[in-house]
Design a protein around this ligand. Structure first.
Ligand code: ZN
Length: 259
């Protein structure tokens, strides 16, 4: 074949490939992925067969232990971390890096975990978010896409501000109750059984700051999920979010590693 017509043929093939990429044939067995809009409250996964554990209030002294346990089970989780709730976030750099490197999702739970969240101004809320993003940029070089408001407060300026800042706001559809001071790990486990494994995946609320949650409830959840063919995934994964868990993985902070 002369070089000329071979070139033409190649060009034709490339054009066909480009057209195919531009308008993919719909796969009837897979729901189309759609963008998850910021500024609305998300309580549940978009697909069945998964569960997305959301651990609040760390980093904490048990973070590394929890990450090792999840990793050993091939499980993924989402960590809603704060800057200063239990000491300073920079005191847990090793655990934070390990969790991120293991593929767990890093997300925001505000800088100080304020009990007055729903009374704060937009400027105050923005500062709560930006200070923590600066720490994530300093430690991991990321900027996050997801947040869970402390005390699940979504009133006042919280939702408009999170929407403007581009955050996807997660609450829950399954409360382990581990935070209330009376619910035992066994009682929390019962709540998981009651919620069941059918239908769209759950987004439970759990805390990595309670020994019973880390050492009793989490091993139980891992076992229960395995028995029920439930895959433990990150929240961005359980939502099939095409934009993923992070705005960028090339963020630069101010380099100040102090709270
Ligand atoms: Zn919290």
């Amino acid at each position: 074949m002369p070089t000329f017509s071979r070139t033409l043929l190649l060009a034709g093939l490339l054009a066909t490939a480009a057209t195919a990429t531009a308008s993919p044939v719909a796969n009837p067995f897979e729901l189309p992925k759609c963008q998850i809009p910021p500024g609305i409250i998300i309580t549940q996964c978009r697909k069945p067969g998964v569960m997305a554990l959301g651990y609040d209030d760390g980093p904490y002294t048990m973070t590394l232990e929890l990450v090792d346990m999840l990793d050993a089970a091939g499980a993924k989780a989402t960590f809603f971390w704060t800057g200063t709730l239990y000491g300073c976030i920079y005191d847990h750099v090793d655990a934070i890096k390990k969790a991120y490197a293991s593929g767990h999702q890093v997300a925001s739970h505000t800088w100080t975990h304020p009990i007055t969240l729903d009374q704060m101004s937009k400027a105050e809320l923005t500062e709560e978010m930006e200070k923590l993003e600066n720490a994530f940029a300093n430690i991991l070089g990321i900027r996050t896409n997801y947040m869970r408001p402390p005390y699940l407060m979504t009133g006042g300026e919280v939702m408009p501000t999170m929407g403007e800042l581009g955050y996807k706001v997660i609450t829950l559809d399954l409360d382990s109750g581990d935070w209330d001071g009376v619910t035992t790990a066994a009682e929390s486990a019962r709540r998981f059984e009651e919620a069941g494994t059918s239908g769209r995946g759950h987004i439970p609320l759990v805390h990595e700051t309670y020994e019973s949650t880390v050492r009793e409830l989490t091993p139980w959840i891992i076992e229960w999920a395995a028995q029920n063919n439930l895959e433990l995934v990150t929240i961005a994964d359980c939502l099939d979010d095409p934009s993923g868990p992070y705005v960028t993985v090339n963020a630069t902070g101010d380099g100040q590693m102090t709270c």
